[in-house]
Design a protein around this ligand. Structure first.
Ligand code: 5GP
Ligand code: ZN
Length: 117
């Protein structure tokens, strides 16, 4: 069984601090603690979903809403000319935190072909 609350659940609940840039009743976006580019945000659902491999059909609207938020979050954080959206999934995908998160990665300069790890 998944141990709860996980670190991102704690951030979502405000139990541990994060540099939040957006929050509503369903999602939170905050700066990654170890940014790999000038803009590196994490966007998470407040609800604990372990990974993209573990979603249910009922979660589709929430994931779509998250996708729809990424452009504005990226732009407002300074990624004015584009960004990369990465969702590391499972052990093969290099996922370290078992709470679904979208990496929003960008900056003033092109990222090249770097994949984020
Ligand atoms: P993953 O490898 O699971 O896709 O990415 C997890 C990300 O979460 C990493 O980029 C890591 O730097 C970030 N992270 C892990 N713990 C914390 C934390 O406590 N606060 C914040 N802001 N980011 C974290
Ligand atoms: Zn969680």
């Amino acid at each position: 069984m998944e141990q709860q609350p996980c670190i991102f659940c704690k951030i979502a609940q405000g139990d541990i601090p994060a540099k939040k840039v957006y929050e509503d009743e369903e999602v939170v976006a905050f700066h990654d603690i170890h940014p790999i580019a000038p803009v590196h945000l994490l966007l998470i659902p407040k609800k604990h979903i372990p990974s993209l491999a573990k979603i249910h059909e009922a979660d589709a609207p929430l994931l779509g809403k998250m996708m729809a938020l990424t452009g504005k979050l990226a732009y407002d954080a300074g990624a004015t000319h584009g960004f990369r959206l990465i969702v590391n999934t499972g052990t093969v995908g290099g996922q370290e935190v078992a709470h679904l998160h979208y990496h929003i990665i960008g900056g003033p300069e092109p990222l090249g072909r770097m994949l984020g790890k």
